[in-house]
Design a protein around this ligand. Structure first.
Ligand code: FAD
Ligand code: DLZ
Length: 516
């Protein structure tokens, strides 16, 4: 009896559940390069190249490990272009009597898989993805017992579950669960930043890059200067390099932004993590070990581990809890089209143009660029959350809907009515000025509140609060902001609103065809 084991492009882990407890002689692993995955949104060229190269490397590794791998290439003339079409063809080719697959990372793909047993005529066994620390049902049980989904409490459960940064008597290392208060320093003047580890494309990656240039040349982003890890071995080297060179300062400067510095002390490990080249536990454990060895301070190790076993696991749980509804929510009734400069980078706001440049050149931007610049601007300007979500899904090498959608719709756009975040991540120019060196170099003047030379974030911020006053005035966490608004003279309030309207009028909507 032949069991067909489809492995999707973000399931590149040798310890994948579907590869366990099955005799290699009775199984065929199916890997499929399909056009639909590259075009359901028009992914960044670098992201497509990363996934195809990592898939080809992984298939070779599986063969060396003794698996029979049926690998369908994108340029195979018989390729149907979709997972369902390729699974049906392969089931036929191998006379498969069973299909086993690990649950996918996207609702769209889950819906397709749910139809396979009927369409293909073979029973399908869908296994849980135990590469995550928290299972989908486990998160649902946790969520059901609560009225609000506070990440911090979920994170503590994950610390207890993994034992990471826990003392022998079950207390958090250092006495506190969360050291975020120590992790908000502005960038240090004249600091130098570690270079992330880069990997020169080998023949497999070079071949894929040519294919991507030919097939998807019109998609957003730069393809040259590809430097990402495409195998687990490379990803582990990158992890070790990050721990040695950047992790010690990761916590303190986690929220900083510096012109021309694309990674600062961030790890750039999300593309490899989300492909499955690294597991979250392996990455978080490496940080905990560096702390135990005295190589990194607690605020760095804790801050980093919280992102992995806290936020990353939490947004995945949230995605599967809230889908499919959360994909179409629009809690702030935002209707504006995404501005064209999200694709071209052509804006005088230096913080924005820098973040778009990083995005275009590297298929990357660090968290604060995503949240407090690109996401914040879109929310303040009232951009449709689904336009924003499409953009984020296209442009980042680490973007899969399970992690992208909650971060965009719920965290950055507050479009879910505050289920994930109790208060919107809204900020004016003063925040960006405090956390970056951008404003000093920007053509807009951050200290000016209104008028054509004022930083647009200033008027947009107050205009946002005014527009949503009914929704947010009663929010205790926003009382200070409305207190400030109330203390302003009516002329000042009016000037903010006029200035915001004048700026919003200048925004050119994105040309169609960039994302879909
Ligand atoms: P580091 O700063 O080094 O952090 C370490 C790791 O922690 C990351 O690699 C990542 O795995 C994890 N992490 C940190 N924050 C989050 C978070 N909020 N959610 C999930 N994991 C987190 N992350 C993605 O992996 N894919 C996305 O598509 C994505 N879209 C985002 C969209 C918006 C609007 C926002 C605000 C955040 C988004 N994030 C996304 C989360 C975060 O910004 C990225 O994980 C991080 O920037 C990746 O860079 P890094 O590996 O250098 O991260
Ligand atoms: C993103 C992506 C792309 C561009 N191409 C492929 C592909 O050709 N084959 C594949 O198996 N996976 C690809 N992926 C990743 C899938 O979109 C991802 O595995 C699913 O969305 C589930 O998360």
């Amino acid at each position: 009896m032949t069991t067909l084991i489809p492995i999707l492009g973000d399931q590149l882990s040798h310890d994948l559940a579907s590869l366990r407890d099955v005799a290699r002689a009775d199984a065929v692993v199916l890997m499929m390069e399909v056009a639909e995955e590259a075009t359901y949104v028009r992914h960044h060229k670098r992201k497509i190249a990363l996934i195809l190269s990592a898939m080809r490397h992984f298939a070779d590794e599986l063969r060396v490990a003794g698996w029979t791998v049926d690998y369908v290439r994108l340029d195979d003339p018989a390729n149907t272009g979709s997972f369902t079409g390729e699974v049906a063809r392969a089931a036929d080719r191998h006379r498969a009597q069973a299909i086993r697959i690990v649950e996918p990372g996207e609702w769209r793909v889950k819906t397709a898989i749910d139809g396979w047993s009927k369409q293909v005529g073979v029973p399908v066994d869908v296994l849980g993805d135990d590469r995550f620390v928290c299972g989908i049902l486990e998160f649902q049980t946790w969520a059901q017992a609560r009225s609000t989904l506070v990440m911090e409490f979920f994170y503590r459960e994950m610390r207890r579950k993994t034992g990471l940064l826990m003392t022998a008597d079950g207390a958090p290392e250092g006495g506190k669960w969360n050291l975020d208060a120590e992790n908000r320093a502005p960038p240090k003047r004249g600091a130098s930043y570690p270079e992330p580890m880069t990997f020169t494309p080998d023949p497999i990656t070079s071949e894929v890059m040519e294919l991507v240039a030919e097939r998807f040349g019109g998609h957003f982003g730069r393809l040259d200067q590809f430097a990402l890890p495409v195998t687990a071995t490379q990803a582990r080297l990158a992890l070790g390099h990050f721990i040695d060179t950047a992790l010690p300062d990761f916590g303190t400067y986690q929220d900083a932004m510096v012109t021309g510095e694309d990674w600062l002390y961030h790890s750039w490990l999300s593309p490899a993590l989300n492909l499955g080249l690294l597991t979250p536990l392996e990455v978080a454990s490496a940080a905990a070990e560096a702390y135990a060895a005295g190589d990194v301070p607690l605020n760095a190790a804790e801050g980093f581990i919280r992102q992995i076993i806290g936020w990353r696991e939490y947004v995945r749980g949230y995605y599967w809890l809230e889908m499919p509804g959360v994909a179409s929510v629009n809690g702030l009734d935002a209707t504006r089209a995404l501005p064209e400069f999200y694709w071209t980078g052509e804006t005088d706001m230096l913080c924005v143009s820098e973040a778009v440049r990083n995005t275009r050149d590297n298929a990357y931007a660090h968290h604060i660029q995503r949240l407090m610049v690109l996401g914040n601007f879109a929310m303040l300007a009232g951009v449709r959350p689904q336009d924003v979500a499409d953009w984020f899904l296209v442009v980042y090498a680490d973007a899969y809907e399970w992690v992208e959608l909650p971060n965009v719709i719920a965290m950055s756009q507050h479009a879910d009515g505050g289920r994930l975040a109790t208060k919107p991540y809204a900020a004016g120019g003063a925040y960006i000025d405090r956390m970056s060196d951008h404003c000093a170099k920007c053509r807009y003047r951050v200290k000016l509140k209104t008028g054509p030379d004022a930083c647009p974030f200033n008027a947009l911020y107050w205009d946002f609060l005014a527009r949503h006053e009914r929704r947010f005035r009663g929010n205790r966490r926003m009382a200070n902001m409305y207190g400030n608004w109330d203390r302003m003279k009516p002329e000042q309030r009016e000037a903010y609103r006029v200035s915001a309207a004048a700026f919003l009028d200048t925004l050119e909507p994105a040309s169609p065809g960039w994302a879909r």
